[in-house]
Design a protein around this ligand. Structure first.
Ligand code: FPP
Ligand code: MG
Length: 324
């Protein structure tokens, strides 16, 4: 059993309430929508975002209906963004299952994503708290902007760390930040503690993405899974940016390759190798270590007596070391 299973087990009751709430919110008489939703709900994913929301609320002693509704809102908009992302990326599979766009088509997938987004809004509104609704709306804007930014940078072949982190903050970390903030608001936490946890969640979200990005540079034959997908989609991430920034021999050739609209499998393998051999992976882990150090300092402001504090620190470690 990995640490995520252990920690999810500690919040099992709330996660069960969350899933019942989501199922009931997505219930519909339309047979096609129902069929798609039943199949989507079978593969839930790790539910890390609602878990973080529930943990932040429990840090302040709350786990009532308002917390669960806020958690449902976050999980629903997250799933909406993945359904739409698979249309944008034309992806055939997600979580080991065929995507909605692959089984049906883009028209259906866009509408199913819209249904999830509207259901998320309903959940947020059911909390009766304008700050929670505001956090959800802001999140929707960030997710869309992150996706557009990513497409723009891929088309323009932009290669900057600042641009990279802006995309990560919008498309990935924003979900964790909104989760922490909504959990704190639902629990009536003081503003300064809410902002501390929102910052913790930003660092957490960045590490979550960095771990994902590192994986894409591994040697396919060594990990037994396809890698290089980001490069195939025109996305240049931190391991490669770090390796190029060392100015190592061959970096000009790599930069030239990255200016192309399509890369061959051989080119992708060469770029991955360049990143691996020029410290890209180690330097990205070094960045994660720095982010973790700041996150640890942020947690110092909470009492050791509170069990959730330790769980948050351990969840951070899990994010950095996870194998999937
Ligand atoms: C996955 O990234 C995609 C996201 C984290 C966000 C996608 C956001 C949108 C499509 C906008 C949605 C907006 C609303 C309001 C619902 P990835 O393609 O890098 O990762 P993947 O490997 O998981 O596909
Ligand atoms: Mg994608």
């Amino acid at each position: 059993m990995n640490y995520l299973d252990t920690i999810s087990g500690l919040h099992k009751l709330e996660l069960e309430q969350l899933n019942r709430r989501i199922e009931s919110r997505l219930g519909t008489a339309n047979p096609l929508m129902s069929r798609i939703i039943i199949s989507l709900l079978r593969t839930k994913g790790k539910q890390l975002r609602p878990l973080l929301l529930i943990m932040c609320a429990k840090l302040f002693g709350a786990s009532d209906d308002k917390v669960i509704a806020a958690a449902a809102a976050v999980e629903l908009i997250h799933n909406a963004s993945l359904i739409h992302d698979d249309v944008v990326d034309n992806s055939p599979t997600r979580r080991g299952q065929p995507t909605v766009n692959a089984v049906w088509d883009n028209h259906i997938a866009v509408l199913v994503g819209d249904f999830f987004t509207s259901s998320a809004m309903h959940e947020a509104i059911s909390t009766g708290d304008l700050r929670i609704i505001d956090a959800l709306c802001e999140l929707g804007r960030f997710l869309s902007l992150g996706e557009i930014d990513q497409i723009y940078n891929a088309r323009e072949h932009t290669l900057g760390e600042d641009e990279y982190f802006r995309i990560v903050d919008y498309k990935t970390a924003s979900l964790f930040v909104a989760s922490a903030r909504m959990g704190c608001i639902a629990a009536g936490a003081p503003d300064d503690k809410t902002e501390t946890l929102a910052r913790f969640a930003l660092l957490f979200g960045r590490c979550f993405q960095l771990r994902d990005d590192v994986f894409d540079y591994f040697d396919e034959s060594a990990v037994g899974k396809p890698t290089g997908n980001d490069l195939r989609e025109g996305k240049v991430t931190l391991p490669l940016l770090k390796a190029i920034a060392t100015g190592a021999s061959g970096h000009d050739r790599i930069k030239k390759m990255l200016g192309k609209d399509m890369l061959t499998d051989d080119e992708i393998a060469e770029i991955q190798k360049f990143a691996r051999e020029n410290g890209g992976i180690e330097l990205t882990y070094e960045t994660m270590k720095q982010l973790k150090a700041e996150a640890t300092e942020l947690l110092a402001g909470f009492s050791d007596e509170n069990p959730v504090k330790k769980q948050l620190a351990e969840l951070f470690d899990f994010i950095i070391t996870r194998q999937f």
